[in-house]
Write a protein of this length. Sequence first.
Length: 255
Amino acid sequence: MGLPDASHRALPFFPAPPFPCPFRRRRLRLLLAAGADKNAQGKDGNNPLLLCAMAYGQSSLEIAALLIEMQAEREARDKAYGRTALIWACKMGNTDIVAMLLESGADIDAQDAYGRNALMMATKEGQAEVVALLLKDEADPTARDHEGFMASDIAEEPSRRLKTGRSSHGDDEAFEEIYAEISHMIRDSIGSRSRNSNNSNSSNNRSRSRSSSSNGNNQSSGGGNDDGKGSVSEMMRAARDELQQQELQEQQELQ
């Protein structure tokens, strides 16, 4: 008996499934095998992978892993905020999903409707582990959102709220430590990129200097070759003169 045609169906999503995950994965594989659209989007623009990135729990992680394995669309965006699955996973602190998306080639620098990328979103939400993962994968710490703010600016905003007494966070001390750690990581990354850029420029300058010196030496060597050519020409003229003299002597002897 063949599988039913499911090409017209979107994949179902259950935030809290009432059945074990193995059965859930098997059901999902059956739907995909039957032609279900793994990239189907609802009216809000959310596809199954986006929904997994927004949710918590082992079930969402396992379904996200299966969808990524089946090459589901990674760069789809929701209509409300224009966020990709990676940006949503960073916001929610779904570190494992973030890691899988990065490994599968998701755009680490994609920006939402407000110009905020994954690093900015993780920073805003205080997701220090996600921030570390993004920086390790070379997220750009110097990118700016539509208001001109970098991730480092966003990291410092909670501290400013604490100093002015505008914070409503329950544990202000722990809250401040998290953002201080994030700010430190981002600034270290910016400094590292700056040093690498300077080293690269210095290396390029040294290469150009060596190239110029090499050209100068070649030209100097070329001049030496000209001198050598002059010496060879003199030797050739001397040899020709000597040969002519020998021929004259032979003619005189014959006479």
